[in-house]
Design a protein. Structure first.
Length: 389
């Protein structure tokens, strides 16, 4: 009896054990599955957060660099890489390994000492003289311990270029103003010292003063014109303009200069009608023809011609047969105050703004301007205009 009861009890216990074990294993699998699912959700949440963080950082206009406590790159956004022209992965690298910039590495050390640095200007000579403004600060935890460093980079290159242009412009204007003013002042002082008592000398000096006064007036008018053109304040009065009669008018206005240099003016332009501001177009043609007379050869020829292009625009050219323009100067002749031959340009007069005004007026009409030349074979200036519809 007892053996049977013992066997039955053992069997019941074994059955209970197996049932509980199976239940335990199922429970263990369920817990494992839930734990794994929670881990995956946490991992996905982390990935999503990092992705959102990266999208946020990449949307910034400034370059952003985060360094860990070991001064290794933890994060660099897209604009940072663009500023430095980088394509490779930067995470885990030091500043020197990634950029080879001693100045930036020294800036990081300075930030760690001072806590923050603002408005540090950094020049990158290997990237065509690019300038950056760097603001940097230490990242600390609640205990005040340094966790890393954040650096924000703003591109200053355009501002630097504008500042350089402004400085050059002020220097050029000052020089252009100083020359006639010095002459006027000198001759006025001479007249006051007694030269006015000699009629012949007084008349000659007054003519020089008058000529330089006119030069100052032209310079001021050109400065006002180019300022209005560049700022967009000048409004064009567009209307149909017959080009051939306008060129004949310009030839008439400049005839005395052409006769004085024995230059022949030739109008080869066919009957074309442009949509333009007649006064501004007159200014363009007058500047180009006047330059062609000045810098062309004596007893030479200045020719104006043009054609209608396939796209409907009009292309006009002014050509001389003078010494020409060096190749390295062709792209710069439309800059304010740029002179190919400074000494010759001073002798010929002018403000140095004529071709720049030509460029801006052509662009205001929706056209473009350019020059072609071969040394010894003259120069040709082109510009385009819209035609009438």
């Amino acid at each position: 009896m007892w053996p049977i009861l013992t066997i039955l009890a053992f069997g019941a216990a074994l059955a209970i054990h197996l049932a509980w074990r199976q239940k335990f294993l199922r429970l263990q699998d369920q817990i494992h599955a839930e734990t794994e699912d929670a881990r995956r959700r946490q991992q996905q949440t982390t990935v999503d957060a990092q992705a959102q963080q990266q999208v946020l950082f990449n949307s910034m206009l400034e370059g952003l660099l985060l360094l860990d406590r070991n001064r290794r790159i933890y994060l660099a956004n897209r604009n940072f890489k663009n500023l430095f022209g980088l394509k490779t992965e930067l995470r885990g690298k030091t500043i020197m390994e990634a950029l080879r910039l001693h100045e930036l590495a020294e800036l990081v050390e300075r930030v760690e000492t001072e806590g923050q640095v603002f408005d540090h200007e950094l020049k990158l000579p290997e990237l065509s003289g690019r300038w950056l403004r760097v603001n940097a600060a230490v990242i600390s935890n609640s205990a005040g311990e340094r966790e890393g460093t954040i650096l924000v980079f703003h591109d200053l290159t355009r501002l630097k270029q504008l500042e350089r242009t402004r400085e050059e412009f002020v220097a050029n204007v000052s020089h252009e103003l100083r020359t006639p003013l010095s002459l006027i002042k000198g001759y006025v002082e001479t007249l006051l010292d007694g030269a006015r008592n000699d009629p012949a000398i007084a008349e000659r000096f007054l003519k020089i003063i008058d000529r330089n006064t006119q030069r100052l007036d032209l310079l001021i008018q050109d400065l006002l014109t180019i300022s209005a053109l560049e700022s967009g304040r000048m409004k064009l009065n567009l209307q149909p303009v017959e080009l051939r009669p306008l060129i004949e008018k310009v030839f008439t206005d400049l005839n005395a200069k052409a006769v004085n240099k024995k230059v022949q003016l030739v109008n080869e332009l066919p009957e074309l009608t442009a949509s333009a501001d007649v006064n501004r177009l007159d200014q363009v043609l007058a500047n180009l023809v006047d330059n062609a007379i000045k810098y062309g050869r004596a007893e030479g020829t200045v020719t104006v011609g043009g054609k209608k292009l396939d796209d409907g625009r009009l292309e006009i050219f002014v050509q001389d047969d003078g010494p020409g323009i060096p190749a390295e100067s062709l792209d710069r002749v439309f800059e304010r105050f740029y002179r190919v031959d400074k000494a010759r340009s001073r002798d010929q007069g002018g403000t140095g703004l004529g071709l720049s005004i030509v460029k801006h007026i052509a662009q205001a009409h929706g056209g473009e301007v350019w020059a072609r030349s071969e040394p010894g074979k003259g120069a040709t200036f082109f510009f385009t205009l819209p035609t009438t519809k």
